[in-house]
Design a protein around this ligand. Structure first.
Ligand code: TK8
Length: 335
């Protein structure tokens, strides 16, 4: 990690040295909104991005990160970006379907099977294709960071088969595809903003939620849940979004610094996400939760049950987008 930072810092320095002495860098303040807690891997990504920006701008910019939905939830923050009243948000793609329905493609159950696939898809042509949809919504996607593979936690029982989902009151993200998936699995699914989940679990208004281990850990859901099941039913990317009205007022050099440093942050963030995942799982176990894997047979049954979600939501996502992701994934898988 250290070596990487040093290398990328050197690259940024080389970039600024090659340009006339910082003539195009003004003083800026960037507020970054986040739903997660500061000890989430997004914190590592923001720290690396900030360090990169400080070097590249010679400390001309002030970066203020806000955690745990302090500036509003993902969707509210993204709306603030669009109107130019907030600079940046690191948001799951899922709540953003309200802005760009095609982003729902990432919510299709069991679409991405491992991290290498996720990286190839998001950092390749398909990721660019999706990012190119954002400027028309007054948003600029600087990079894809990682939220990760989602797992179900609940207060009722281990989920080891399709039947175990039945009747469970599950919070889902505000997203029609997640809603369809969890209704199809037989749960009583309720869309809810992330910031309300802890209290809803604590008061028993809901039984269950689903998020990657690092989020279950850093948002302390283990305090109000008893079971975690390794469902890996979806991989959620984070978009590192910047306000286009504000971005457009930056010089080209400043825009380049933002893009480059978001990529520096990405690599640190993903690495932190992956190395923290096992530690988070261990903390969840140490907190006394029962964690279970699901047998291959039961998993096959669960996958079959939700297969229809693809066709039912192809129109809202865009059939061409679904086809494109499938083609790209087939290529990545060497099929
Ligand atoms: C954090 C969210 C969250 C997401 C969710 O802002 O809502 O469940 O997975 O981690 O983006």
């Amino acid at each position: 990690m250290k070596t990487y930072l040093t290398t990328s810092t050197a690259a940024i320095l080389a970039l600024s040295v090659a340009l006339p002495a910082n003539a195009e860098i003004s003083e800026r303040t960037i507020r970054i909104a986040n739903g997660v807690a500061e000890d989430h891997p997004v914190g590592d990504g923001v720290a690396a991005m900030t360090e990169c920006i400080n070097e590249a701008t010679d400390n001309a910019w002030t970066i203020n990160a806000f955690w745990s939905s302090a500036l509003g939830d993902d969707l509210q923050s993204a709306q603030s970006l669009r109107s130019g009243t907030l600079e940046m948000v690191v948001s799951s793609t899922s709540p953003l379907v309200a802005i760009e329905p095609a982003l729902g493609v990432f919510d299709l159950p069991f679409l991405i099977s491992d991290e290498a696939e996720a990286d190839a898809l998001l950092d390749g042509e398909f990721g660019q294709f999706m990012a190119d949809m954002m400027p028309e919504h007054n948003l600029v996607n600087l990079a894809y960071w990682e939220n990760g593979f989602r797992n179900l936690s609940n207060s009722l029982r281990p989920v080891a088969s399709l039947e175990d989902f039945t009747g469970m009151r599950v919070r889902v993200m505000q997203n029609n595809i997640f809603l369809d998936t969890f209704q199809t699995l037989g749960t009583n699914a309720t869309p809810m903003a992330f910031g309300e989940v802890f209290t809803a679990l604590e008061t028993g208004a809901i039984d269950a939620q689903e998020n990657p281990y690092v989020t279950i850990d850093t948002s302390r859901f283990y305090e109000v849940q008893d079971f975690v099941s390794n469902t890996r039913h979806a991989y959620t990317p984070f978009m590192v979004l910047f306000s286009k009205p504000i971005f457009d007022r930056y010089s080209e050099q400043e825009q380049q610094i933002l893009s480059d440093c978001a990529i520096v942050g990405r690599d640190v963030q993903r690495e932190a996400s992956r190395s923290l995942s096992d530690q988070s799982l261990q903390r969840i176990i140490d907190a006394g939760l029962e964690v279970n894997d699901i047998s291959e047979d039961a998993m096959a049954e669960i996958r079959d049950a939700v297969a229809g979600v693809y066709d039912r939501n192809a129109d809202s996502i865009g059939a061409d987008v679904v086809e494109r992701v499938m083609t790209e994934l087939a290529a990545i898988r060497g099929q």
